[in-house]
Design a protein around this ligand. Structure first.
Ligand SMILES: Cc1ncc(COP(=O)(O)O)c(C=O)c1O
Length: 381
């Protein structure tokens, strides 16, 4: 394929839901994910399980990645300038309010390490995104899980009470908003009320990985606090709306003192040169966010219609995935979908009769819809 073809086919490949077969990922995924008959790798399957962006990199970002490779023999530290410039302009913040990581997961890890200490309470929702739980496990935190409310929001009242009962001593609060795996919002006014009242010993780590997908009057970013509150860190990512999960780029937005503390824990020479280039180009690609949001909305509509038709309950999603009920054994449902070449969800205890379905392209969601309707016909769901 010529260079132009390579640059421009990514989007089309993503739209068709097709990636090349015979990938090096095959051994990683085929047995454990139960990929079925004749399907030998994850690249043969339709991936509706990792909340990825099915559109792939924008053509502008692909072009920038290729251009950037001329510097692949160089260390990246002197190549981040344009990205910082574009990002701070996009966010309306200063350079000292931002730091970069290899995905927002690195930001989460940096924060978990930076504010750890013997028996420091780490208060999280249950269920929520697991990386923070993984990162704290070798440390000496006092992990406190607070179940979501019946509306699947963070139970801020209970979280607050827990911290208060411990004398407001240094603690870390992880708020994933919108929450993964439920896709639901915690009203920002309630988050604000706690941040406003809390002493600065209470550190808020607000994960906004799906911020750009959310469209609800009760939701806004916690970035508004970073001027005044050194105890608020917002983690964001290029993996989702910008379709860059494979390139690994995330960032933190916070008060300069919190950024300096985070930077003590950064892995040197992040981000890599292609990730830098792709992110800078993506930020300048007017319409990229709107395209991702529009395709996501169309796919969500297909899923809503299908689940309504089947009478399967689902949670309101403000993200690029949705939690829906499954009748019968969850793992059997997933195995049957995998047999049809569709990777859907994984376990999110305690929600063991719900499946988290990521939105692919509308064409991919049509295939999912046809499979699940078929299952209904067979009495499986
Ligand atoms: C809520 C949340 N935070 C953070 C991440 C990590 O994303 P990344 O490291 O790709 O930026 C994810 C990935 O799925 C996520 O769902």
């Amino acid at each position: 394929m010529d260079r132009r073809g390579f640059v421009t086919t990514g989007m089309a490949a993503g739209l068709a839901g097709v990636t090349g077969a015979g990938s090096a990922l095959a051994p990683l995924l085929s047995p454990r994910n139960g990929l079925g008959r004749g399907r030998t790798s994850v690249n043969d399957a339709i991936r509706l399980s990792s909340n990825e962006n099915p559109l792939g990199l924008s053509p502008a970002a692909r072009e920038a990645v290729i251009e950037s490779l001329v510097n692949a023999n160089r260390y990246p530290f002197s190549f981040s300038g344009p990205l910082y410039e574009a990002l701070t302009e996009h966010l309306g913040v200063k350079r000292e309010n931002v730091t970069l990581g290899a995905g927002s997961t690195e930001i989460l890890r940096m924060a978990v390490h930076a504010w750890s200490g013997p028996a420091v309470p780490l208060v999280v929702a249950e269920p929520t995104f697991e990386d923070v739980l993984d990162y704290q496990s070798p440390l000496s935190y006092d992990l406190i899980k607070v179940p979501l409310t019946p509306d699947h929001a963070h139970d801020l009242a209970r979280m607050r009470q827990t911290v208060h009962d411990m004398g407001n001593r240094p603690s870390v609060i992880y708020l994933c908003n919108p929450n993964n795996p439920t896709g639901t919002l915690t009203p920002s006014a309630e988050v604000d009320a706690w941040i406003e009242d809390a002493p600065e010993t209470v550190m808020f780590l607000v994960d906004e990985a799906y911020y750009e997908y959310a469209d609800h009057p009760d939701y806004w970013s916690a970035i508004r606090w970073i001027e005044d509150k050194p105890n608020v860190i917002v983690a964001r990512t290029f993996s989702k709306i910008y379709g860059m999960a494979g390139l690994r780029l995330g960032y933190a937005v916070a008060h300069p003192s919190a950024i300096r503390r985070l930077d003590d824990f950064v892995c040197q020479n992040n981000p890599n040169i292609p990730a830098n280039a792709a992110a800078t180009a993506s930020l300048k690609d007017a319409g990229l966010i709107e395209r991702s949001v529009a395709v996501n909305a169309e796919s969500k509509e297909i899923v809503h219609t299908t689940l309504d038709e089947l009478g399967l309950e689902y949670l309101p999603s403000e993200t690029n995935f949705i939690m829906h009920r499954v009748n019968g054994e969850l793992s059997t449902y997933r195995d049957r979908m995998a047999e049809r070449g569709l990777l859907v969800g994984r376990d999110f205890p305690p929600m063991m009769d719900w499946n988290r379905l990521s939105f692919g392209t509308p064409a991919e969601m049509d295939q999912w819809a046809s499979a699940i309707k078929d299952f209904r016909g067979k009495g499986w769901i």
